[in-house]
Structure formats: C-alpha cells, structure tokens
Design a protein around this ligand. Structure first.
Ligand SMILES: [Zn+2]
Length: 133
C-alpha cells in the first residue's frame, strides 16, 4: 500500500515537470547554432567585445557590413571612419537597417530584422551628422 502511494506521487511530479522542461527548447534562439560563442554573446546577449579586439576595427576595404546573425546589410564602408575608440565606427547606418532602444549607456543599436545587438549610437562623430555607431 505504501509503495503504491509513492509511485503515484512520483508520477504526478513527473507530469508537472515535463512542461517546464520543454520551454527552453521552444524558446531556443535559432541563431545559437549559427554563431560562434563570442558572436552569440555580443549579438544575442548584448555583450561588448573587448576594445581593439574586433577583426574590423582597423579594416578599411570597400564593401558592406552585414549583421553576423541574419546577414542583413547594416553599414556601408563609405560611412566607416577611423577612430581610436577601439571599435569599428560608422557615421550612418543604411536606412531601415537598424532600430534603436534607449539604454543608459546611450541608445542601443539593434538589427531591425533579427533584433541582434550591434552596439550603441553616440553623438561625438566627426561628420556633420555627429553620429557614431
Ligand atoms: Zn540581423
């Protein structure tokens, strides 16, 4: 009699456990498998790469800069400028490619398509727009 009762309790616990075990799978970020651990940390968890560490910090070839997660074109090399801040900097993003969210460190710049974190927008740039992405 006593062991039967324990078995029932165990079954009830299992049943109530299963929905919460499925949630992380259902909410898994589809970009998790596509990105490196460092890319994922920056893009999807709003991390910041160490200054002067990025492969494009001192990179000035002509071309487009795309979101590393969804490949949407965000910046053109035409708007990239040299800076000593340690991160790649641009005066303008392509129209409609980004969206902003207010954040204490300055507006956060996100990919308009997939919502990935791209950096912040400052107003101390060298061009007339003063924008520095
Ligand atoms: Zn994107």
């Amino acid at each position: 009699m006593g062991s039967m009762r324990r078995a029932l309790v165990a079954l009830v616990l299992l049943a109530s456990c299963s929905p919460s075990q499925e949630d992380p799978v259902a909410q898994k970020d589809p970009y998790k498998d596509k990105l490196s651990a460092e890319q994922y940390r920056v893009l999807r968890e709003k991390g910041t790469e160490a200054p002067f560490s990025g492969q494009y910090n001192k990179f000035f070839k002509t071309g487009d800069y795309r979101c590393a997660a969804c490949a949407q074109v965000i910046f053109s090399s035409v708007t990239k400028f040299d800076t000593d801040c340690g991160w790649p900097s641009f005066s303008e993003a392509l129209p409609g490619s980004t969206k902003l969210a207010s954040e204490s460190g300055g507006p956060e710049v996100m990919c308009a398509k997939c919502g990935s974190h791209l950096g912040h927008l400052f107003d101390d740039g060298p061009t007339p727009s003063r924008n520095r992405y």
